[in-house]
Design a protein. Sequence first.
Length: 235
Amino acid sequence: MCGRYTLATPDLGQLRARFPLRESLEVRPRFNIAPGDDVLAVIRRGADDAEAEAESEGTFLRWGLVPFWAADPAEMAAKTINARAETVAERPAYRDAFERRRCLILADGFYEWSGGVPHWITRPDHEPFAFAGLWSSWRPKGTSREVEPLRSCAIITTAAAGPVRALHDRMPVILDPADEPAWIDPATPPRELHSLLSACRVAPSLQYRPVSRNVNDARHDAPDCLDPPEQAALF
């Protein structure tokens, strides 16, 4: 699974060069992104508005997907932070989003626990990347389109590969940069989408290291989350 991750890169210029983020979009380093947070993502604008121009744009989405038909958004979101790649096309909570609203969720690392110790998993160069994600737009029943919708998302996970298998049996799907446009393109056929989810070409190159238990507190979002663990925690 993926229950906590980072977008801690200090070079926001690099991030904006890598992804279509408006200058007006306020972005700050994040060291402990948790479910329920607003997370930085790239969506295909126009996915929920036939008259809007279809182009990619950066935006913030609430982590914990709330499908348009949900009766209780809070209860639903707690169960939908992750979608399994193997069943994402069939599960009612994700089916519509998989067909019409796929997104890139921006990160530069994610956490996994082993023996009670958190580990930070990154690319060797620590450069940012994109999780394969889904997003949805929800409004209270009976309200008009003038009401600002709740836009939310889920991260797709798959069987762990490469070094991550030493920590957990699941991991988020990390897209190859060359595959990102196809993932968010509404015209991409399902067969190709499933192929993108199973590729995970970056997995063998991932690396990890133990970090501070400060990350255990979802409310703590500071650089010391990435500090080496206290010596006492290793014994």
